[in-house]
Design a protein around this ligand. Structure first.
Ligand SMILES: Cc1cc2nc3c(=O)[nH]c(=O)nc-3n(C[C@H](O)[C@H](O)[C@H](O)COP(=O)(O)OP(=O)(O)OC[C@H]3O[C@@H](n4cnc5c(N)ncnc54)[C@H](O)[C@@H]3O)c2cc1C
Length: 368
């Protein structure tokens, strides 16, 4: 069976990884370069879903995927010469709160874990927080601590998944797919500037550009680009030992030694340029939580596009169009965390095997 994958982000590369691990014939098409969009520029935080805040199928996919991240950290870690390091590591996270009402909600969440040690969840009052890092603003009244959060370099992870797939025989074609061809109700291949490449199965993992390529086979998919910007700061003092989150924002010291702070949620169609307005918003939000960052120096500002769906859940579906077409997209703000889970489930849909994680809730049909 010949399998063509459209898109070299984490959705496409993790699918390629799991398919080639089982010996399948995979060709991946990427029109720019691997991990050159959101999968290469995300923050790389891998936090468990806070229980009760999301749909159960989403929470199950997330928990399963985090388990796969732990496995991948062992499977993809080479000897340092083959570029397979992914910088995956345990990095506890704390959700900071400033309002009493938010604190009451977080304490309720904490109590709902009922001492379940698997997730190592704790409520920290402001005194305990100041022991974690005395640089957190005095306006912060507490935080929900997650001991089982992780961090990864999403660029290295995506490339490592691809390198492992390539070692298992996958081929990369550095071309944009302009059309998915169909005959007699089933896919027959993909077209690029070089012509037709025949395929028995086509996986559309084109991130926020999924609607563009799927429109050609008559599929309307409600995936849209949601821009996010991140600042990389040279911050004074020692690195932050935990990643800090508040509202829709965050701050964490990454392995490059820089403090990464973010982010924005901007509906700007496919405009993925950085701008000063976002810079000022992100800095303002970060300084309110970590006043010492007022002395930080901006080293780099990045922007990229998340593939979002209206219900913020992915689309993983083999029934939405012609036979042989599999859709895998919509990781949204958690696409790195969900990436391995989406990849293994997509691979199962391709081969007809039973998915190790239930993805029946992620069909395109739910939006009908
Ligand atoms: C600022 C920011 C921070 C983030 N932080 C986190 C985080 O901390 N944790 C987390 O879990 N997630 C995070 N995310 C989300 C995550 O980055 C995305 O959900 C994920 O990377 C999406 O992966 P993807 O493979 O679906 O899409 P992409 O990475 O966009 O990959 C799609 C690829 O398809 C290619 N393509 C499109 N059309 C075609 C075509 N016709 N032919 C060939 N190739 C094509 C594109 O060039 C692209 O390379 C963040 C995102 C942003 C923007």
């Amino acid at each position: 069976m010949k399998i063509s994958i459209i898109g070299g982000g984490i959705a496409g590369c993790s699918t390629a990884y799991y398919l080639t691990k089982d010996g399948h014939d995979v060709t991946l098409f990427e029109r720019d370069s691997l991990a050159s969009h959101a999968s290469g520029f995300a923050q790389g935080g891998i936090k468990p879903v806070i229980r009760g805040t999301r749909e159960i199928e989403y929470q199950n996919l997330s928990d399963y995927s985090i388990g796969l991240h732990r496995d991948l950290a062992k499977q993809l870690t080479g000897d340092g010469l083959n570029g397979k390091y992914t910088n995956f590591r345990l990095k506890p996270s704390v959700m900071l709160v400033k309002e009493e009402s938010e604190a009451a909600e977080m304490i309720r969440v904490y109590e709902s874990y009922g001492g379940d040690t698997e997730f190592d969840v704790r409520w920290l009052d402001c005194g305990e927080l100041s022991h974690i890092d005395a640089r957190i603003s005095n306006d912060v009244i507490g935080g929900l601590y997650f001991g089982t959060s992780y961090e990864v370099d999403p660029y290295k992870l995506t490339l490592s998944l691809w390198q492992a797939a390539e070692e298992n025989g996958a081929k990369m074609v550095n071309r944009g797919v302009t059309e998915i061809t169909v005959s007699g109700g089933r896919v027959t291949g993909v077209v690029t500037d070089d012509g037709l490449t025949e395929a028995d199965v086509v996986v559309s993992a084109a991130g926020p550009w999924s609607a563009e390529i799927l429109a050609g086979v008559g599929i309307e998919i409600p995936v849209y680009p949601l821009k996010g910007q991140i600042l990389r700061l040279d911050a004074p003092g020692p690195p932050m030992k935990m990643s800090l989150w508040w509202d829709t924002d965050y701050a964490t010291t990454k392995d490059d030694g820089l403090m990464w702070v973010g982010t924005t949620e901007e509906e700007t169609h496919f405009d993925d340029r950085t701008n000063d307005e976002a810079r000022d918003l992100i800095i303002g939000s970060a300084v309110a939580m970590l006043p010492y960052l007022v002395d930080a120096e901006l080293v780099q500002q990045t922007a990229c596009l998340r593939p979002m769906t209206p219900d913020k859940m992915p689309i993983i579906d083999a029934e939405a169009g012609p036979e042989g077409l599999v859709i895998s997209t919509g990781g949204g703000r958690q696409g790195i965390a969900l990436g391995p889970g989406m990849g293994i489930a997509t691979a199962a849909l391709v081969t007809g095997a039973e998915s190790p994680v239930d993805v029946s809730g992620f069909t395109l049909g739910r939006f009908a």
